[in-house]
Design a protein around this ligand. Sequence first.
Ligand code: ADP
Ligand code: MG
Length: 262
Amino acid sequence: MTQSTPAPTDPPAADSTAKRALVELDNVNKHFGSFQALKDINLTIPEGQVAIVVGPSGSGKSTLCRTINRLETIDEGGTIRIDGKPLPAEGKGLAQLRADVGMVFQSFNLFAHKSIVENVTLGPIKVKGLKKSQAQEEAMALLERVGVAQQAKKMPAQLSGGQQQRVAIARALAMRPKVMLFDEPTSALDPEMVQEVLDVMVQLAHEGMTMVVVTHEMGFARKAGDRVIFMDQGAILEDTEPESFFTHPQHPRAKDFLGKIL
Ligand code: ADP
Ligand code: MG
């Protein structure tokens, strides 16, 4: 966001002190066989930032999210750190990492045979060792927050897509993540349900959650985004403020991309 220049005598604003980097990618490359899906990605996301990731289909947006969450490994030589800690190669550290990094997918992926509230309590009970009663109390508060508390006892199939996606957000939040990744969270929804999910995400952003959001929802990007990262063919080609990206894209491929989605 734009900041006014402080007068020379002003003490440094609290905000201007360096925020801690929650997500750091250094020289991240990813090959699938001989195909390179990520090309030398360097990216730091400070605490509280909302980074919007855009780009044409196949540009590597999902792969980027999946590597941050360690659903995909990266090529040797690069590093990813979450809150200063390098991603564990495998084993026990992975469960903790996944607790630190919440992820919401395009397809809501709720457990079909568990009730809504059970979908939210499962992770905290299994991974965090919460007592059932406490997990339920926290789950109800989260379901309230995303506006689906009334549906707590229902099964996922009884909910609309928008409601299911809000439950998926509550389920991710139940692990008390440090950062939330959203991979096209509204693109599988009927149009009338898009806004209710975006509203929850805007609220989350305003509460200070650190977020990486793959979306082409420009209203959301402008309202909640601090930064737009434009990817094409596995590389970051532009990294700028939402307003300047949408009004004055610099890279020819960004211009071309915006021409197609606007
Ligand atoms: P986006 O999310 O921007 O549409 P993806 O990250 O899903 O792009 O994919 C980037 C590229 O990597 C695509 O060309 C895709 O076909 C390829 N890709 C993704 N996952 C795999 C995989 N598991 N095996 C082989 N190729 C993959
Ligand atoms: Mg994708």
